[in-house]
Design a protein around this ligand. Sequence first.
Ligand SMILES: Nc1nc2c(ncn2[C@@H]2O[C@H](COP(=O)(O)OP(=O)(O)OP(=O)(O)O)[C@@H](O)[C@H]2O)c(=O)[nH]1
Length: 824
Amino acid sequence: MIGESNQQQTILSRQPMEGSNNSDALSASTVVVPKTKDLEPVQSSVSLQLIDDTKHFNEDLLSYIQNYSDANDNRGLNYHIVSVFGSQSTGKSTLLNRLFGTKFDVMDEHNRQQTTKGIWFSHANYISSDMEPSGRHPNSKHIFVLDVEGVDGHEKADDKDFERKSALFALASTEILIVNIWEHQVGLYQGANMELLKTVMEVNLSLFHGNKQKCLLLFVVRDFTGVTPLDNLTQSLRSDLDRIWLELNKPDDCKDEKLSSYFDLGFFSVAHKHFQPENFETDIRKLGDEFFGDNRLFKPDYHRGIPIDAWAIYSCQIWEQIELNKDLDLPTQQILVARFRCDEISSQAYESFQNLFNGIGFSSIKETNSVVENMNELRNTVLDEYESQASRYQVSVYEERKKTLLEKVDLKLNKVASDKLEQLSKRLLAQFGESVINTKRSSKSRNKRFGDILNDIVDEDSKKFEEEAGSYCISENFNFEKHISGFHEALNEASELLKLKEKDMLVSRSTKRFQSKLKEILIELLSDPKENTWDQALEQFHLFQSAFFDRYKLDDGKGYDLRLGLSEQANEATVTEIQRAFWTKFRDIIHDFMSEDTAARILRNKFEDEFKYDGDGIPNMWRNVTEIDQQFSKARANTISLLPILSVAKLSVSGEEIIPDIDISHDNDTEEELFLGETDNLEPSDKSHFFGHLLTTSQQNKVLHKLKKEIDAIYIDAKRSVIANRTSIPWWMYALVVTLGWNEFMAVLRNPMLVIMIVVGTSILFIAYHMQMLGPMASVGRVTLLQARTVAKQKLRDILFDEELVSVKEANEGSLFDEKKKDL
Ligand SMILES: Nc1nc2c(ncn2[C@@H]2O[C@H](COP(=O)(O)OP(=O)(O)OP(=O)(O)O)[C@@H](O)[C@H]2O)c(=O)[nH]1
């Protein structure tokens, strides 16, 4: 079966051929991969029966090829395939063995039986000048040789099937096809050689008419005697080939094509091995020089472009297709092989990428540069791994699979970048509010508008995010536009929230300040109502309002900018909101302050002021009742005239009610409804009219009623005091005292001690009067007198009791005494 030694036979026969029995199940798109698992390397120096006589493909091919690892250099194309084709027993194996140092079986001289069965495969060794194999020529590529079973063998005379199939296989895989013919066969058109040539051409057309894959047909004329010069033989062979080419039924798309479009032709003669052994050796050496050295015979056009490590798959697949009698679409086969290998390489590369990826632990890497560096490194590693092996395969498949692999890798890396961006987004958004507040508080930004501060930080954060997103874009598969727009959206949302918060703060702060200022002044004004009280109140309101808004006035004076960075519309709405809040506070203050009691108290005070004091604020001293009556009437009329001022906020000049210049109705409907209980059907603008309505008519009547009572009491008090003063000491009483007490008066004057006492007493009273101590002294005196009276009464009672007791004791017995005592 194999090689020349028994040992070699043993080695190779360990892989039975029936393993390839699955060919029936194959389809055109299936790639059959020779098994490589658990195979021991096949010894390289031996030949391998690639296809046996039962037409099974030997799966040991891959492990055989793997012995020549450097054939995988140069993108796996560091090799050539040569095959031989020719009639049976024409010295093909002998030629190959001599040319390439192979050890194909050669027919025994004495038993001329067919020796080569099926197709054999062997690695060629460089033939040194002494015609001994000595390894590979240093400048040459690896050459693998296919020894194909001879055609037209008498054992298979009726079976042309294998002949055609083997020609098909040899041509599909080889670069140079050695056509081995005897010299005496040349020119015999009807001879076996012409059949052979026809077969080769037909097969070639069926294989390559689509893509014009060329190969070299190297005619080796054996047993060349030199009687007919080689040129003549060449001429004869060429004309035979041309004739066959013309007669061939060519496919439509290559009808006009020439023979040279598909074949390069080469001719070489070799002398008789036995009769001219020296010439034979010389010819063989010359032919060998054509193959080795700089590989002159091999042209790039001839190479199938299948990397050597895929050649086993490719050739197996080719054979399976041939066996199934399917149309042999070589480009498709090449693509299938390329797909299979590129997928395999891609999977391996992705697997090692995943291992590296898991080892890195991106989640623990914080610095963007480091993340990007690792991402790039991973990407390049996987790309290098894939490219180094897959770039040898069909370019479109290689590119396609590379794209797919990169998409997978980038998807994974994209996730890393997305997570990092997500984290950055969260971090920046979390810090956003704080950054704005800190910047706002910093001395640098003291005069900066809030809106500008906000915009600066938004810009800064956006730039930071975009830069980081940009640095993660390590290939066109990375696109973070969505992340960027999402971040912008979130940032704008946060920014709008801050604006809203700042706006609310401004509204509440300004309203609070406004309220405290206005309240003080309004209460002061209302506590001392005058005809122009509401004019002053409104004036103060406008003053405070202007004081607030003036600082936000636009340069053209046509509006306000609250510096919150709000849109024009929102800014205007906020201005309106503040104005409404001011008006609402105005309303709340006056409504909260004014009540029936408050109004009654204010009016009572006003009445008292006017009734009890003169224009200079000095208390009135009534000389008679008439004066009191006059003053009372005047004060009462003036006081009552103030009630409408306290009841409705009206301007003095125009008499118009104060109405807010902005609609505030929705702020406090309830209060207004409570006020009149009749606003349900009113329009908001109508409700504004109730802004200054502080007391209802019934409330006013109650106030008047209460006031009347109180001022009547004051009036009576005043009158009583005048009458009391006047009735206590009548004038004739003074005259009577002087008349009756004249002597006593004189007696006192004449007594120096009494005079001194009177002087001292008068001085004390005078000082006490000036120090306003008369009241307290009188009180003390009154209390003393009261106490003295009480003591005196008690003393008197005791005395009387004692006297009675004594008399009863003396008059009656003990029991009577006790009864008396009880009675007492
Ligand atoms: N006349 C002649 N005989 C040769 C030459 N070279 C080899 N032979 C003899 O031809 C016979 C067949 O040789 P092989 O090399 O086995 O021929 P083959 O074409 O490989 O035979 P199959 O593989 O059986 O088709 C052998 O006996 C050789 O000694 C040659 O150059 N001239």
